[in-house]
Design a protein around this ligand. Sequence first.
Ligand SMILES: Nc1ncnc2c1ncn2[C@@H]1O[C@H](COP(=O)(O)OP(=O)(O)O)[C@@H](O)[C@H]1O
Ligand SMILES: [Mg+2]
Length: 319
Amino acid sequence: MSIIEVKDLTVHYPIRGGFWNRVVDTVKAVDGVSFSIEPGETFGLVGESGSGKSTTGKSIVGLETATSGSILYNGVDVTKRSVRRRMQYNRDIQMIFQDSLSSLNPRKRIESIIAEPLRNFEQLSPEDEKLRVLQLLDIVGLGPDALYKYPYQFSGGQRQRIGVARAVATDPKLIIADEPVSALDLSVQAQVLNFMKKVQRDLGVSYLFISHDLGVVRHMCTRIAIMHRGRLVEIGTRDDIYNHPLHIYTQRLLAAIPETNVDHREEHRKHRLEIERQYEEEQSLYYDQDGGAFPLVAVSPTHSVALAPKTIAAEKAGR
Ligand SMILES: Nc1ncnc2c1ncn2[C@@H]1O[C@H](COP(=O)(O)OP(=O)(O)O)[C@@H](O)[C@H]1O
Ligand SMILES: [Mg+2]
């Protein structure tokens, strides 16, 4: 059974304006999104800034309220707050954020930052609590000298590891990692990703890994969903997405990954321009009149894509 199942989720934000502060419009931040995450898997949610990724992640942990649709945890509908409380949901689902400097309390020492979720959910003696915190620091490669320091005394990469330690303190089943390495240098990114993988191997946790960069999630994710303007445009295994991308928006994100091999740079540049041309000229194949993605249609048991109905028919005939 899937650990999390998101069914037709929508989150609309009202925009208020005018003298009476009435609702004048709504932002459809998430507009009918469905996917599921399996136990122990890393599921990627990728799209450019503003596509609704964070809103999706926050609705799953309960930081945003769904306008409609549902979220199932181990098959139980946890869209309602009262059900989440009863099921220890807030303990089992944790979130880590991009900006560790603002998500870690600057006035607290690392010891109490990591101990905080333990204090919320477990009654440990001070000695046991300290042991547990040391253990958690060790999991992310930090020594006992970290205990009495403040967040600003660490580098961005170390702070992100502290965020991981805090997130795993309550032995969660799913961690939602929202752009966890986007603020870090490339070399440090790899380090933090490796720690996240190690934590997954050690604890068997699932990740929802949110990123704007298909290059970053490549080695982390087993399955990936591509999000654009509040909707999913494609969903598939790593092989489906990287080797057989069907939606122009997915191809565009792939073309945006920098080419590191100098010999291939010119070729890569031409490919990128060609994709950009298609993206501009073939909108009607990929988006409806309002600029929204079409409903997803399965093209294989693992791979679904949001193409105009006529394109899908052609695609199937071509197989
Ligand atoms: N609290 C809010 N009120 C109004 N609009 C919001 C709010 N939060 C996000 N949005 C809008 O919803 C859309 C999706 O935002 P977000 O989920 O943060 O995207 P992403 O994480 O992919 O960058 C954006 O257009 C954003 O401006
Ligand atoms: Mg975001």
